[in-house]
Design a protein around this ligand. Sequence first.
Ligand code: 13P
Ligand code: SF4
Length: 308
Amino acid sequence: MNLKSKILHLKKEKNAVILAHYYQRPEIQEVADYIGDSLGLSQQAADTDADIIVFAGVHFMAETAKILNPDKKVLLPDVAAGCSLADSCPPEAFASFVMAHPDHIVVTYINCSAEIKAMSDYVCTSSNAEKIIRALPSDRPIIFAPDKNLGKYLIQQTGRQLLLWDGSCTVHEAFSMDKLFEIKRKHPDALIMAHPESEPHILKIAHYIGSTAGMITHARKFPKGKFIVATEAGILHEMQKEVPGAQLIPAPIHEDNTCGCSECAFMKVNTLEKLYVCLYQEAPQIDLSKALIKEASVPIERMLELSN
Ligand code: 13P
Ligand code: SF4
């Protein structure tokens, strides 16, 4: 049996579900029960009746699944699957920041640790952030963390003054404006799509801004479209499958690498082999204290309610 068949067999035997983010390696996406963005993955995790959740994504995503399913086993193929954005918001420093602004509602982007979520009033993702900010009372000041780029975008979209944490994602700050203009000159008919974690100058020239799932939905509207895609290159696999007639060009980055595109090293530490081993050994597991789960679940549940 090849690795893929072994995984599918074990998955059935153990009543496991495999949830994968769009940035995962193509071969991982191919064995997943569900592929999605952070919101879709959280909703799937909240709804599943599987006994085991294998989270093919990064640590904060698997933690969110565990917070929503304290009694299930949640596995992450490689615990080194972190996130530069989540790392840019250490819990102690954030606690001081929140304490210094006690009148503020605290909204955090899902790309943060369980400890940060536990200090939050609301969690949001790139697909519901605007909706959540707009739902908050207009007379209350708001802290938004950890992504300053998404925060700036939300200020512009909603007109609300947000007090921003100074965090960002290295993958979405890697895009080169000069190289992007060069590509645009070669393909004047191409539309630029960008994830809101990208810097303001990239968002300014984007024709569409949205979550990974939002970008795929947008691409579907143009079956023969040409797109320059400014997010992690893993998305191109599913996007091309869903819109086979489209021409997809990954947005170029400053530093040259083998693909010339932006890849998240954290997402890519997961491999098919590691996924198989973790399902077989039922390890590594996400383990969080009951107290932390209780506190962190409140802002996540609020987000899920507001997203229905
Ligand atoms: P999405 O929720 O849009 O998939 O974003 C997740 C992420 O980590 C982006 O870098
Ligand atoms: Fe984190 Fe950026 Fe990787 Fe998304 S792409 S998981 S925000 S480091």
